[in-house]
Design a protein around this ligand. Structure first.
Ligand code: PGA
Length: 255
């Protein structure tokens, strides 16, 4: 049985004070709802990680970073290592987000090195995949997602998959208010499971948590999260307000 994972990706939003406020609201809100069937994760900016970690200690909230570099240390100005984010309290790290791929030109090869490093460092890597609009319109979405997964997981052995989550985020749905229909999303999630089954085995595929991301919010979460192969969400905009994030968590628990 796969536990749901509800993950907030704050992107480049919220300074220290704003982060503290949002985390307090989430902690207070969680006391009023049931969410024992779901894991909850928040991924603030690097700057807020360590303060957030202190704030969430003693609560079931988990902390994640939005990126990291694969080298241990050294002359990599502006980069952050796996050990650094772990020392700030992170258990998870988002890798290969479409904004990293498209704005910062991260390649599948670079993302693969990060995935390997994250997993070897005992972080749980959330590997993001998803097609852009033109690829969907020309029917290439399966090909694109398959290639991103095969390249992103090159050299990752099946015993390491326990530290991996996949997030399917169609790029055309991110921040646009246009979400994939529940059927479209579920179809892709099923296809991702087939890819994992072919690359590894049926058991690995059955156990893999696959999140949907792309304009997931408190209004559409019920129909998306109730799909058979959707195991939670990677949520941007709707994770920046405690009411909507809490509503999604509560809904995930009732499905
Ligand atoms: P969104 O972002 O929910 O604002 O569409 C999701 C994401 O990019 O992870």
């Amino acid at each position: 049985m796969r536990r749901k994972l509800i993950a907030g990706n704050w992107k480049m939003n919220k300074d220290l004070q704003e982060s503290e406020k949002l985390v307090s609201e989430i902690i207070a809100g969680l006391k009023k709802i049931e969410y024992d069937k779901s894991d909850v994760l928040i991924c603030p900016s690097f700057v807020s990680l360590s303060d957030t970690y202190k704030q969430i200690s003693g609560t079931p909230l988990n902390l994640g970073a939005q990126n990291m570099y694969f080298e241990n240390e050294g002359a990599f100005t502006g980069e952050i290592s796996a050990n650094m984010i772990k020392s700030a309290g992170c258990k998870y790290v988002i890798l290969g987000h479409s904004e990293r791929r498209n704005i910062f030109h991260e390649s599948d090869e670079l993302i693969n090195k990060k995935v390997i490093k994250a997993i070897d460092s005992k972080l749980t890597a959330i590997l993001c995949v998803g097609e852009i609009l033109e690829e969907r319109e020309s029917g290439k979405q399966n090909e694109v997602v398959k290639s991103q997964i095969e390249k992103g997981l090159a050299g990752v052995s099946s015993d390491k998959l326990i530290n991996l989550v996949i997030a399917y985020e169609p790029v055309w749905a991110i921040g646009t208010g246009k979400n994939a229909t529940p059927e479209e999303a579920n179809e892709m999630h099923k296809f991702i499971r087939e890819i994992i089954s072919d690359l590894y085995n049926k058991n690995a595929s059955d156990e893999m948590r696959i999140l949907y991301g792309g304009s997931l919010n408190d209004k559409n979460c019920e129909e998306l999260l109730s799909q058979s192969d959707i195991d939670g969400g990677l949520i941007g905009g709707a994770s920046l307000k405690s009411e909507s994030f809490l509503k999604i968590i509560e809904t995930s628990n009732n499905i």
